[in-house]
Design a protein around this ligand. Sequence first.
Ligand SMILES: N[C@@H](CCC(=O)N[C@@H](CS)C(=O)NCC(=O)O)C(=O)O
Length: 213
Amino acid sequence: MFKLYGFPVSNYYNMVKLTLLEKGFEFEEVMTRPSQEDDFLNISPMGKIPCLEVKEGPLSETSVIFDFLEDLSSDVPLYPTDTYQRAKVRELTKSIELYLELVTRQLLGAVFFGAPADEQLNEKVNAELDKGVAALNRILIFSPFAAGEVMTYADFMLYYTVTLGNMATKKALDRDLCDELPGLTAWLTMMEGNPLVKKVNADRDAALKAMTA
Ligand SMILES: N[C@@H](CCC(=O)N[C@@H](CS)C(=O)NCC(=O)O)C(=O)O
């Protein structure tokens, strides 16, 4: 059985958790905060979550874990079989991470963790977001899934990027990604109908409630 280290409030953790559930892998959740302690750095070298411990040892970096799990079992495929189409899904997944997740993440300190509002940072994020949104609008398909007809890792990366990131852009920048990425609202509604997404979100909301109690 796998061990998934992390915390259900983390968007990256939830991407991997959803993958494990979709693929039907058995796993145990080990509640772990990001940490620079040696014990944790031994399994997650940057001290980040998630980290997945498998039979052979630990693995970190969400997109690497996606690939590992896909190589291990394609019974429930989350990449197309065609080599070029597979690369296109990776291109989209990576673009969402680099140009949307890592961009909106810069706002989280001020929006959720009490850091002072920083107009210079907001300006920088606004400019990066303009480019990222324009790029994603060129490659997102939403027909009905992010990369086309079937659900892929790009949907998982986008879903947990947007659900967190949009709270931050709305609050800090008065920008609603649903207005900027045509098709996003309908796609979010579709994703939220997925019973496993519902389960991951219910765990996330319970963890959030416990944290803020
Ligand atoms: N590149 C990593 C990013 C994971 C990540 O940023 N996780 C956050 C929690 S959502 C974290 O551990 N942050 C602590 C830190 O940056 O030190 C991945 O793909 O898994």
